[in-house]
Design a protein around this ligand. Sequence first.
Ligand code: ADP
Ligand code: MG
Length: 378
Amino acid sequence: MSPDPTTLAAAFDEAYQRAPEGVWHAPGRLNLIGEHTDYNDGFVLPFALDLGVSIAAARRDDGMLHLRSLQAADEGVVVPLEGGSVDGWAAYPAGVAWLLREHGIGGASLLIDSDLPVGAGLSSSAALECAAGLALCDLYGIEMDRRELALLAQRAENEHVGMPCGIMDQSASLLATDGHALMLDCRSGLSSQVPFAPAEAGLSLLVVDTRAAHVLTGGEYAQRRAECEEAARILGVPALRDVKDLAAALGSLADPVLRRRVQHIVTENHRVEAAVGLLRAGAVTELGSMLTASHLSLRDQFEVSWPEADVAVEEALRAGARGGRMIGGGFGGSAIVLTAADRAGAVRTAIIDAYAARGWTAPTIFEGNPAPGAHRVS
Ligand code: ADP
Ligand code: MG
């Protein structure tokens, strides 16, 4: 958990000429399986990563929000807690603060630090919102249920950033626990902890940042959502999660594109439930084939994969990995690979060589380990 709290507190001191009252941390998340199922009221299975956003913070009595990030090129942003508008990165923490105002928070100074790659499908945006939300609640002694805080952070991203994200990222960051993945029902918001400790099973979960930039506010994500809504409307169900008979549903859709979308969502929900069964039975290794099946479905049915992710998965399998898949919304970001720990080196080399042979930017590959959810550090 690298943003070091002591260094961050010292940086806060320098930036604001006073000591922070505390440091809070919220992890990024890695979704094992269940992709594009969240906005179809379905299931997801993320875990909290050992990378995330840390925030040093202190109250202010002038009703202002001072926001700075060690990762931002600018000098920081000052906005009234009353509300206002702000562009860019500051909209995430400001949006959370504006929504928390009615719960009784006052002004605050925040200094943000992070070791999460941005836009790599690891949800740095939710980590930022959740760290800010937790810090502000704690500073002002507001006891908010974590599910409620997750909903508030999601609303901040929807309304103040303009990103129509689901509830998965914020839930994972706030509710996941160490050594577990979080089975989340995106309709009810109910979740349960599922044991997930790859290292104990002699496995390594590699995250391959394919370095292909994604633009999530681009039209593709919104288009997939619209297609799913359209299919649900034609099928007469509230959401694709409610499709019980896949064959019958496919038979009543004339549009081949909508048929492919429905095929992915319905089978992906089944894969999440199957993956939970495997993990509960201690069969972590078997998760691999489930990941690969998810990838093929995302590539061929949902059509959101991209060449760098396809090559990472293919080469990993060729080098003996148990399985792998693209993660995130698609068209860029990361892939994950599950491999026996003693094959991880060979798998990495195979992917790196395959990228080099194609003249692509070298991927960044690191091991993703389950870690605790958001918490106060000091
Ligand atoms: P992801 O959540 O997959 O990383 P998003 O596009 O949803 O990608 O969110 C990334 C955005 O979140 C960045 O462009 C930036 O505005 C904001 N952000 C994330 N981490 C930081 C940080 N450490 N400092 C400032 N802004 C950040
Ligand atoms: Mg995000």
